[in-house]
Design a protein around this ligand. Structure first.
Ligand code: NAD
Length: 297
């Protein structure tokens, strides 16, 4: 029987643990605060930010939101970030990506105080992750690591293949899997758009993390029997629904479920974990900034 990895349930456990951390912080007189900054008119980005704000409210994190006009100058965005960096009631600062083309994304990431960089994208935090001394692990790969642990999927000594090498998913995912220590110690292969013969790389994989952004890219014929398949992809495809589209992953679910030992669904797999790990990083940040020990889930 293929095990369906329930991201909603694991994320609910993480949120409950985060709520306990919020109580610990409250006992020390601290209310954790997450600031989101949106410089975009993209409806999807607006939805992501409002979901993050709702998630905060649910666990007792103070949500602060700032809209920056999509036509404003980069300097205006940087001033907003500087102001949030300086606020004592703001422990995490997140700029929703993508930013408009006239703004240098890398400069934005560098501008955020690394102690408040709860996305984990600042070069200092990327460096610490690679060095095996992570401050804030990026939310999506960290969520995947938590899912694997929750379902007792052994990474130690496993052959893992990550499909995708983006800065937010593929690269940090590979870094986490390859690190020495719990949730790591996997022999990790990173595949990308220039990989030749992806099938041969997948043939022996015990763990596959699919993050290519291509609908139903991985099918059952590419997976070895009993493998754990984690589907990070969220792709909109046209469909005869009220919304005119449906969300599908990077994995052809039915065909892979016939072969895999365990699989994450889309939706209900990695997505809820990404959201929960942002809350985790925010209470971690508040604890660090006020020298309060929080018992992270
Ligand atoms: P991206 O477009 O930045 O990166 C995609 C990667 O896939 C690239 O590194 C590219 O080299 C690789 N790729 C493309 N074609 C390939 C091929 N034929 N073979 C092998 N590799 C190939 O995307 P991203 O930001 O990393 O996101 C990946 C997917 O995950 C998207 O569907 C995105 O929507 C989704 N996502 C989901 C969550 C979540 O919470 N579940 C979070 C972030 C991203």
């Amino acid at each position: 029987m293929t095990e369906v990895i329930d991201g909603e349930a694991v994320a609910a456990d993480v949120r409950a643990g985060v709520a306990d951390c919020v109580d610990t912080l409250a006992d020390a007189g601290v209310t954790p605060g997450l600031a989101t900054v949106l410089m975009s008119d993209d409806p999807a980005s607006e939805t992501y930010v409002s979901m993050k704000q709702r998630d905060c409210e649910e666990v007792g994190i103070e949500g602060i939101h700032v809209d920056v006009d999509a036509d404003a100058s980069a300097a205006t965005l940087f001033e907003t970030i500087d102001e949030l960096n300086g606020r004592d009631d703001v422990h995490g600062v997140l700029v929703q990506l993508p930013v408009p083309a006239h703004v240098d994304r890398r400069e934005v990431l560098r501008r955020i105080d690394p102690e408040k960089d709860v996305d984990g994208f600042h070069p200092e935090n990327v460096g610490r992750l690679v060095a095996g001394d992570a401050r804030y692990k990026p939310c999506t790969p960290h969520g995947v690591q938590k899912l694997l642990a929750a379902y007792d999927v052994e990474t130690d000594g496993a052959d893992a293949v990550v499909i995708g090498r983006s800065d937010i998913v593929g690269k940090p995912m590979a870094n986490l899997l390859v690190q020495k220590g719990p949730g790591g110690n996997a022999t990790t292969t990173v595949c990308h758009s220039h990989t030749s013969d992806l099938e041969s790389k997948l043939a022996d994989a015990d763990i596959v993390v699919a993050a290519a952004g291509i609908p139903e890219f991985v099918d059952g014929s590419m997976i070895t029997s009993g493998a754990t398949v984690i589907d990070v992809g969220i792709n909109r495809v046209d469909a005869d629904t009220d919304r005119g589209y449906e969300l599908v992953g990077d994995v052809a679910y039915d065909s892979v479920a016939d072969v895999a030992g365990a699989i994450t669904p889309v939706p209900g797999g990695v997505g809820p974990m990404t959201r929960a790990m942002l809350l985790y990083n925010t209470v971690k940040a508040a604890g660090r900034q006020h020298d309060v020990d929080v018992d992270l889930p």
